[in-house]
Design a protein around this ligand. Structure first.
Ligand SMILES: Cc1cc2nc3c(=O)[nH]c(=O)nc-3n(C[C@H](O)[C@H](O)[C@H](O)COP(=O)(O)O)c2cc1C
Length: 229
């Protein structure tokens, strides 16, 4: 009888866990990072063409992004381009790297909807929250429509302390400059992939920080929705 009860209890636990995973319809990555496809280091669009073509795009088609595109866009924003020294695609004052990159995914092939944090070392994503966060995100971004229609939005945040420790009062301007570098990298990479972006600076700081479960001392700087124009 005792053995039967233990077997029933065990089956119930297994069933509950698998129903939960099936309900979310996504890979359980809670304990592991998701390796992104390596960045492609050559393309067909010349830099001059990307510069000439870049325009803010605020309406996106309902086509999903794929994992290769997402990996490429994250790499362009803050990926490591010199593995010996850990230097990244965007410059950083004293290589203090105050920027962090998150991505809110709504519709992507091979990637479940949710909030992910990008880890440049290893070029990986770690899931922070599961599910489509678009409607809450849209409201926290002052109802700006690109957030609602984009299949994914990259968020650039900053931990100012990393740069303040070295540069004191000048850190604030350095960090803002770095966010500009990273956002421009992302915007041009998007054009080269046939995608569009808009950089969004107007949003409710506290609501975005709460939604993205930012660490204390980490502030949101830019929301960058992206998709197929
Ligand atoms: C710091 C900054 C903040 C911005 N914030 C917003 C924003 O909140 N919403 C938006 O739709 N566009 C925003 N933009 C995009 C500008 O409106 C856009 O770049 C400008 O109209 C010029 O158009 P273009 O990007 O197509 O050249 C922002 C741009 C910058 C540089």
């Amino acid at each position: 009888m005792r053995r039967l009860l233990i077997t029933l209890l065990f089956s119930f636990v297994v069933l509950t866990i698998s129903c939960d995973a099936a309900h979310d319809g996504e890979i359980d990555m809670s304990n592991s990072n998701l390796a992104l496809p390596p960045p492609i280091l050559s393309g067909e669009t010349a830099l001059e063409q990307a510069l000439n073509k870049r325009r803010s795009v605020r309406q996106f088609s309902n086509q999903p992004l794929n994992l290769q595109e997402i990996g490429q866009l994250l790499w362009a924003t803050q990926g490591i381009s010199d593995h010996d020294r850990g230097f990244r695609t965007a410059p950083s004052a004293g290589a203090t790297y105050p920027l962090e990159v998150l991505i809110v995914v709504a519709d992507a092939k091979e990637l479940a909807p949710g909030l992910y944090r990008y880890h440049p070392q290893g070029h990986e994503l770690r899931i922070m929250k599961k599910g489509d966060l678009r409607s809450t995100f849209f409201r926290a971004a002052l109802n700006q429509s690109p957030i609602e229609s984009a299949p994914a939005t990259i968020v650039i945040t900053a931990v100012h302390e990393r740069t303040e420790t070295r540069y004191g009062g000048r850190a604030e301007r350095y960090v803002a400059m770095e966010a500009g570098h990273a956002a421009q990298n992302l915007s041009l990479q998007a054009v080269a992939l046939g995608l569009g972006t808009v950089v969004i600076g107007a949003f409710d700081d506290a609501r975005i920080a709460e939604l993205l479960a930012l660490h204390s001392g980490e502030s949101p700087l830019y929301l960058i929705p992206m998709g197929r124009p």
